[in-house]
Ligand binder design. Structure first.
Ligand SMILES: [Zn+2]
Length: 188
């Protein structure tokens, strides 16, 4: 684990920005570096994971259910994650972060995004729709619901570490269709 302090680019604090980084070997994938920036003064925080090897554009799909909650996932900044059955998708944007997590962690991130959207929604239709999605997410985590987790990364710096995960190279067309944008929550 590496640890250095430097000046903060946000608040310009002197030596207030703490950078930690560590490398980790992911089986069948290669070495990744996880880094976190944290300013002790203004609270600025950013984390990312970088794959240290050249990779091909890739698409992973995995049927997820409560039995798959512990499956590890490396999601880079450039990856698009979606659960088509729930109409959920998170696309890379200026604020997107890379992280190492598992299926449960990914589902929890979707869950809190939907809950936030529901809170802000003014239309009843959107609120009802969000509530339905939240119920399905709960079923996915504790009940018998099955859905598909899709991970697409034009730089190939992401992986779903599971023998049941299918993966193939993204086509040129698919790469062009991948957006860079903010979180979108699509209606069914
Ligand atoms: Zn700062």
């Amino acid at each position: 684990m590496n640890n250095i302090t430097t000046d903060c680019p946000v608040c310009r604090g002197k030596n207030t920005l703490n950078m930690t980084s560590k490398t980790e070997k992911i089986p069948y994938f290669g070495e990744i570096m996880e880094s976190t920036l944290l300013c002790s003064d203004c609270g600025y925080k950013h984390s990312d994971t970088i794959c240290l090897e050249q990779k091909e554009p890739v698409k992973y799909t995995l049927k997820i259910s409560k039995d798959k909650l512990n499956t590890r996932i490396v999601k880079s900044q450039s990856a698009t994650l979606s659960i088509p059955e729930l109409g959920l998708k998170v696309e890379p944007g200026p604020k997107s972060q890379g992280y190492v997590s598992n299926v449960e962690g990914v589902i929890n991130r979707f869950e809190s995004a939907v809950a936030t959207a529901m809170e802000w929604a003014e239309e009843k239709q959107i609120q009802e729709n969000a509530l339905k999605i939240l119920e399905k997410i709960e079923e996915l985590k504790t009940g018998n619901e099955i859905a598909t987790l899709v991970l697409e990364d034009p730089f190939g710096h992401s992986i779903i570490v599971d023998n049941d995960a299918k993966h193939r190279k993204l086509t040129e067309e698919e790469i062009n269709e991948l957006n860079t944008g903010f979180m979108t929550i699509e209606n069914e």
